[in-house]
Design a protein around this ligand. Structure first.
Ligand code: SF4
Ligand code: SF4
Length: 344
């Protein structure tokens, strides 16, 4: 992988150059929180953000989209407009790049989703190193560093950004800036390593994921699930903000008297009471404890069985979003604690 450095005081110039690769979107502050938005002025961009309200999945799997238009006996026409729009996501944290890599396994693996894939093909990703806050545990989930899934990745080393070039597109961006990027020196490498070690020490939340799927297997009947179900409001906020939650529902929007209309896909959540409701009125997860348990099992056990790693990147969004303070780190640590097993 090519490694270069970008002078920090030329970042806005670099951002103006990458506009030729697509509409630039970056984190912007809104009432004390952050959101990825189209950049109007570079001065609005906050690369020092902790986390955005919604992860970048919103660009590839929008909260609501029209998949097709149906028209009675005439069949249907897929709606593909806008899928080829080029965008550059500037300032994506490693955990969110990791989240997109996981979504790729779901939407671009055995079952290919043309809408998701087209948007992914047309997006460039420029990652940026972050500083963990009190809700981050991406290091525990092995998502604090990514080896793929970005075109460029920037690490602050003082007056420069140490820059990993991940793809040919990233290389094109570097070339488009002329002589802006410089070779790295031995001192730069030392500074990168020093800051990397400091970041490792900065994590305050820790979860041991070794043998966690097996612990889940053994704790299927734990009282923890009942307790969490009694607190959970089934609001679904944890799923909406999660970079790896991908459940959706598809419904034909029908107007009385008409045989035409759109078929829309909208985000769904396994915490919603109707998520496992099927024709005939059967609901496979009627109770809140069963739904909370399902979400944890899918992320920490089902995902490992299917894709070889948990479906959680430790971004902390669900901890921040949950109105009743259900905390994934507390749950995982409680689940594997010896005390919990002994007290039952
Ligand atoms: S489960 Fe929570 S911490 Fe894990 S990736 Fe989803 S939102 Fe982030
Ligand atoms: S955010 Fe909290 S209360 Fe809402 S569904 Fe998720 S766990 Fe339940």
């Amino acid at each position: 992988m090519k490694i270069l450095k970008l002078p920090k005081n030329k970042l806005d110039f670099f951002a103006s150059v990458v506009q030729q690769f697509g509409e630039v979107h970056a984190p912007v502050e809104q009432n004390g929180q952050f959101a990825f938005q189209p950049v109007r002025r570079w001065s609005e961009v906050r690369l020092d953000y902790n986390r955005t309200i919604l992860p970048p999945k919103k660009y590839f799997l929008p909260p609501r989209e029209t998949l097709l238009q149906y028209a009675g006996d005439a069949g249907y026409v897929p709606v593909m407009e806008g899928l080829d729009k080029k965008i550059v996501l500037f300032g994506v944290h490693a955990c969110d790049v990791y989240g997109l890599n996981l979504l790729d396994l779901v939407f671009a693996g055995a079952y290919r989703d043309p809408y998701y894939q087209a948007r992914r093909r047309n997006a460039a990703i420029i990652g940026i190193e972050c500083t963990p806050d009190e809700h981050c545990f991406c290091r525990s989930m092995r998502a604090d560093f990514v080896e793929q899934g970005f075109d460029l990745f920037l690490f602050d080393i003082g007056d420069y950004y140490f820059t990993l070039v991940g793809t040919a597109l990233g290389d094109d961006m570097v070339l488009a800036t002329g002589p802006l990027f410089e070779p790295v020196s031995h001192q730069d490498v030392e500074e990168y390593k020093r800051r990397s070690a400091r970041k490792r020490e900065a994590f305050r939340l820790h979860v041991e994921i070794r043998d966690l799927p097996e612990i889940f297997e053994m704790e299927y009947s734990s009282d923890i699930w009942q307790g969490l179900g009694e607190r959970c409001l089934s609001c679904g906020s944890c799923s909406m903000v999660c970079p790896t939650c991908y459940c959706y529902e598809v419904a034909d929007e029908v107007q009385l008297g008409s045989r035409e209309g759109p078929r829309a896909r909208t985000w769904d959540s396994c915490l919603f009471a109707t998520h496992a409701l099927v024709a005939g009125g059967e609901n496979f997860r009627k109770t809140r404890p069963s739904r909370v348990k399902f979400r944890f099992y899918h992320k920490q056990r089902g995902f490992v069985a299917e894709y070889g790693r948990p479906g959680c990147v430790g971004c902390g969004r669900c901890i921040v979003a949950c109105p009743v303070k259900i905390d994934v780190v507390e749950v995982l640590n409680q689940l594997r604690s010896v005390q919990n097993v002994a007290s039952r």
